[in-house]
Ligand binder design. Sequence first.
Ligand code: SF4
Length: 144
Amino acid sequence: MNKILVSACLLGQNCKYNGGNNYNEKVIDFLKDYEVIPVCPEVAGGLPIPRIPCEILDGVVINKEGESKDKEYRSGSELCLGKALEENVDLAILQSRSPSCGANRIYDGSFSGKLIEGKGVFAQLLIDNGIKVLDSEDIEDHKN
Ligand code: SF4
């Protein structure tokens, strides 16, 4: 069976910065014939739930109070990359707009809600390691 790595919050796991999730029925429907490997790179990097939201500014992950969380983001992403490689996943489906998982657009680092073209730390790391990545906003209804 083909394997898909998925942002755990898309499956309903409460690992989001605010303690909630991003449950996504389209994604869950798409996954029904695949083996699912859930990961949350921020939690893997040792960050708590809930946590202060982060954005990427000039290539560095900072939280809303201006503290760098770059080390945690990068170490968590490396751990989850290890999982993806170990499981030999065929694809990753990642939560939109996250500074870790966003694959199309991310916030610009000003904490003002402005989106720019760009990728989160984890999405970029997967791509750099040859893993195909899809942003959850690109998953269409998959009815059959
Ligand atoms: S790091 Fe990714 S999996 Fe974890 S809560 Fe954020 S978007 Fe979801």
